[in-house]
Design a protein around this ligand. Structure first.
Ligand code: PEP
Length: 249
């Protein structure tokens, strides 16, 4: 059975003092929920965040990792380094990594395999650009992204995968996919996975929506049957807003 998940991606925001303060507030205000709650602070604050949330159900996750085990990759972080500080879930394929750091489907496929080999959970992000949607290519683009990065995996690997559909035109723009657009794409994603694998794999994978989710629109988006939660950027930086979004699920 797939789980409901609300995850906050803090990107390159908050120093260590702010990270500790917001996580302490979040932990104190966390509503009673069936959903898994996750937060992805920046690398240098991960270990501190794990300590701050030691007795909390909130999971600290990473925003990225390298595919190599170790070696001459200046500025990079490996799966073992994350596991060494008890970070067991990693976001891979965020559109900002694709757009600003040249991460291709091929690189992302290697990262996914590397994380799964270490038994980490992968939150895989993908989604179309505005031009793709305008030219009605969005289904094809999403299908290709999934195929290139994930469809070589064994069916058994999918128990460690969470998907985050994030239309690029809705990330950090204040523009959100309508609940109907989100549902339409999530249903398409499940159909595509059913065709590549089977209905059991498709029905058991959590598919999150990401793109300007806010307290004001979260409930309607999360109310759609194929939307299992959200990956939240901007609104996860303020504890009260993130709490309101968690309450919406
Ligand atoms: C994101 O970066 O994954 C995201 C969804 O950002 P925002 O909520 O700010 O659009």
């Amino acid at each position: 059975m797939r789980s409901k998940i609300v995850a906050g991606n803090w990107k390159m925001n908050k120093n260590s003092a702010d990270t500790e303060a917001v996580l302490t507030e979040l932990s104190a205000k966390l509503p009673d929920t069936q959903a898994e709650v996750m937060v992805a602070p920046t690398y240098v604050n991960l270990a501190g965040a794990v300590r701050t949330l030691e007795s909390s159900v909130i999971e600290v996750i990473a925003q990225n990792m390298h595919f190599a085990e170790s070696g001459a990759y200046t500025g990079e972080i490996s799966a073992d380094m994350l596991l060494g500080i008890n970070v067991e879930t990693v976001i891979i394929g965020h559109s900002e990594r694709r757009a600003y750091f040249g991460e291709t489907d091929e690189i992302l496929a290697k990262k996914v395999v590397a994380a799964l080999e270490k038994n980490m959970r992968v939150m895989f992000c993908f989604g179309e650009e505005l031009e793709d949607r305008k030219s009605e290519n969005h289904f094809k683009v999403v299908e290709t992204q999934l195929k290139n990065a994930l469809f070589s995996l064994d069916a058994s690997a999918w128990s460690k995968i969470v998907l985050a559909y994030e239309p690029v035109w809705a990330i950090g723009t204040g523009e959100t996919a309508s609940p109907e657009q989100a549902q339409e794409m999530h249903a398409f994603i499940r159909k595509t996975i059913t065709e590549a694998y089977d209905a059991s794999v498709a029905n058991n994978v959590s598919i999150l929506y990401g793109g300007s989710v806010k307290p004001a629109n979260a409930k309607e988006i999360f109310g759609k049957p194929d939307v299992d939660g959200g990956l939240i950027g901007g609104a996860s930086l303020v504890a009260d807003d993130f709490v309101a979004i968690i309450e919406s699920i």
